[in-house]
Design a protein around this ligand. Structure first.
Ligand code: ATP
Length: 299
């Protein structure tokens, strides 16, 4: 029998009063893969994460994590799961090493394994030489690496990362991508919610795009691009009236089109002939798919 998927959601629903934050979500994280959860603000990504940690309880649907059914078996699932929260909740009064030690207790790491577990987490996060530093002396990037290291002390089979690089500068983001990439290579299953398309395109084996609490597309990034946006896009720049004209031209022909602040892109251009406007030809990308399916622009 194949191993149980790391995460399986079927028809998950979570309501907050009149708001349906998650509205019948299906989501799969096959064991040993990294899945990116993409969606505009309010799509339900954080609520989905909360369902997986049983911080929120679904009103309907099935949720399985590491072969355990939630919420009944959430405690057993949590023991094999690491969670990297969006909000930094490190203990500032403690050192790097002490923060990790606290979590070895919380996760009941056996006494003899505590030291090697901490060393391994420090090494993975490249924080070995900062072990004695107080958290409030660390840079933002180091703090984020420590948050990830802290989630790893009990060698989890599954890691949940909620917006792991939000608010970090591009250089620090690259460092974290390297760390997440290393964990992926080790075979840790991961679900990572993110606003950054590039993050998902680089790190995820498959992405699930969410809008209004549902999955609107799921698959390998390249496959999604080919399916929804084709191979080539023609991007036209110009003043707003010119862009409106190009958009109208494309709509009249039923072409898939995407507007950004300063340009209009006609998607699937390789299959279109005839009166394509003059523009820059470029490869279609995951951002095109995102905008097409969710109607939202992103940074
Ligand atoms: P963002 O990218 O902005 O973090 P998200 O995709 O994570 O958004 P959620 O935070 O899951 O989205 O929110 C989905 C919807 O549920 C939003 O309309 C939000 O206002 C609502 N919501 C989330 N948590 C609660 C709560 N505790 N009480 C009431 N409404 C909530």
């Amino acid at each position: 029998m194949p191993p149980a998927p790391a995460i399986r959601l079927r028809g998950a629903v979570k309501r907050y009063g009149p708001i349906t934050a998650v509205a019948g979500l299906n989501l799969d994280v096959p064991t040993g893969t990294c899945v990116g959860l993409l969606g505009p603000n309010g799509a339900g990504k954080s609520t989905t994460m909360r369902l997986l940690t049983a911080q929120a309880i679904a009103d309907e649907g099935e949720i399985e994590v590491l072969g355990r059914t939630l919420p009944g078996d959430s405690k057993a699932a949590r023991a094999f799961m690491g969670v990297v929260p969006q909000q930094d909740n490190l203990d500032e009064a403690l050192t790097v090493e002490q923060n990790l030690l606290v979590f070895t207790y919380l996760y009941r790491v056996a006494r003899a394994e505590r030291k090697p577990a901490i060393e391994r987490a420090l090494q993975l996060a490249k924080l070995t030489d900062r072990r004695a530093s107080k958290v409030d002396e660390l840079s933002g990037g180091m703090r984020r690496r420590l948050l990830i290291a802290r989630a790893l002390v009990h060698r989890p089979q599954l890691l949940l990362l909620d917006e792991p690089t939000v608010g970090l500068d591009p250089q620090v983001r690259q460092e974290l991508w390297a760390l997440i990439g290393a964990l992926r290579a080790e075979g840790v299953s991961m679900l990572m919610s993110t606003h950054y398309i590039e993050e998902a395109a680089r790190l995820a084996d498959t992405v699930t795009i969410m809008a209004e609490g549902r999955a609107v597309a799921a698959g390998a990034p390249r496959e999604l691009v080919t399916k929804h946006a084709g191979r080539d896009a023609v991007e036209v720049y110009g003043p707003p009236p010119r862009l409106a004209e190009v958009e109208a031209h494309a709509h009249a022909r039923g072409w898939a089109v995407r507007r950004t602040g300063t340009s209009v892109s006609i998607l699937g251009a390789e299959a279109l002939d005839g009166d394509l406007p003059e523009g820059e030809r470029r490869a279609a990308n995951l951002e095109d798919v995102f905008v097409l399916l969710t109607g939202e622009e992103i940074e």
